[in-house]
Design a protein around this ligand. Structure first.
Ligand SMILES: O=C(O)CCC(=O)C(=O)O
Length: 262
């Protein structure tokens, strides 16, 4: 398995992310992985729609906790390109806050199609959460390309309609990712075509923050078969809390909250 440190980030792309709050990172996934993810995503989205039919379900077409839906999503937690951008932005102890998807159905949109941010707090000069949106289809203005307002990640209040008119669409092609400060104001577009537009989305946070779900408890052994040390750390296995003194005094190698996690 390729280690995260083996692929350096493109420094000009990284600089653009830092300055504008977002940029397209090319070639994060190969085309076989894109097709596999798309197939599994579609299957999962349909399963969830059926399971929630008749109930209040605001997240239609947004599948949660992808790592337990298929091994292709679990393996992505080790992706070297992904980590080559996350480590400089959030430290190499950063953890997954959320792992979902965002599909724009044919002639439709989803819950992301409102001007929003993906993190509630602003700490000037300090990034707490990074978003990663991996395109599984080429984004176009017609199929719901996301819009981002450049440099907006330190503003607390939502931009006015006039201000958001300065936002830019992003056009990743399938397999590229948009990496962004989760405080950058953005919105999903509306798909006016007859074909769904799919994306996988991750929200990543600092190691000492809490995750949306308790991933070390949520993921089972089968998922862990597909990840190595980087993936385990990313899932939060190095920052679990002891609940007994026996766990607190475990030897270093077995510690739940490992040393040096930032
Ligand atoms: O799918 C999109 O275009 C946008 C997704 C989004 O805004 C989000 O996941 O926060």
């Amino acid at each position: 398995m390729t280690s995260a440190s083996e692929i350096p980030a493109d420094l000009s792309v990284l600089a653009r992310i830092r300055a504008h709050g977002f940029a397209v990172v090319p070639n994060v996934l190969d085309s076989f992985t894109v097709e596999t993810m798309k197939r599994e995503l579609l299957r999962s989205a349909k399963e969830d729609l059926a399971a929630w039919a008749g109930r209040d379900y605001p997240d239609a077409w947004m599948v949660h906790n992808l790592m337990v839906r298929n091994s292709v999503f679990a393996r992505f937690l080790e992706n070297a390109v992904l980590h080559s951008y996350l480590s400089p932005l959030l430290g190499d102890t950063c953890i997954l806050y959320a792992y979902t998807s965002s599909s724009m159905p044919p002639a439709g949109a989803n819950f992301s199609s409102r001007v929003h941010v993906d993190s509630p707090r602003v700490i000037p000069g300090y990034w707490t959460n990074v978003g990663v949106m991996v395109a599984l289809d080429d984004f176009t203005s017609e199929n719901g390309a996301t819009r981002f307002l450049p440099g907006s990640f330190e503003r607390v209040a939502a931009p006015s309609r006039e201000e958001f008119a300065q936002s830019e669409e992003v056009f990743p092609t399938a397999g590229d990712a948009v990496v962004f400060n989760a405080r950058t104001w953005h919105m999903g577009g509306r798909n006016t075509t007859g074909v769904a537009r799919h994306a996988v989305t991750l929200n990543v946070c600092r190691s000492y923050m809490r995750q949306r779900f308790d991933y070390p408890r949520l993921v089972g052994g089968e998922t862990l078969d597909h990840v190595g040390e980087v993936g385990r750390r990313f899932l939060g296995f190095n920052v679990r809390m002891p609940s007994t003194l026996e766990e607190y005094y475990l030897p270093d190698a077995e510690r739940l909250y490992k040393a040096g996690q930032g």
